[in-house]
Design a protein around this ligand. Sequence first.
Ligand SMILES: [Cu+2]
Length: 140
Amino acid sequence: MMAACVRDEETTQAACLRNDQNTIVVEGAWVRPAVGRPMTAAYFTLCNAGDSEDALTSVSGDIGNIFEIHRSSMNTEGVMSMAQVDSIALPPGQRIVLEPGGAHVMVIGLAEAIKPGSKTALTLHFRNAAPMEILAEARP
Ligand SMILES: [Cu+2]
């Protein structure tokens, strides 16, 4: 899913405008609640407001041992599977959505339960942009 990263005059959402600190804008971060399960997935939208190509290369945080970038896909029999990828490309001026059924961050070896409504800190690492800490809300 890609959409141009420009201000939409129809909405109040002026997302993906360049700011001084970062050329990458993160929107709508959330994680799946996980109680009594060893893993979860995190989702967010990345918008590259800069002039040059970048990429999400890894994610880190205190909530789990292993963070992997995954991409889900449907095989010819209609079965969903997922595979680890090295990075997610972030072309300039484009919005890249990590969402259920698509790209996501798999968090494995959870340190504690993730209860609905709680906020989880994640650090996103990029090929060029500075690392960015985000808060992801746990919601189903
Ligand atoms: Cu996965």
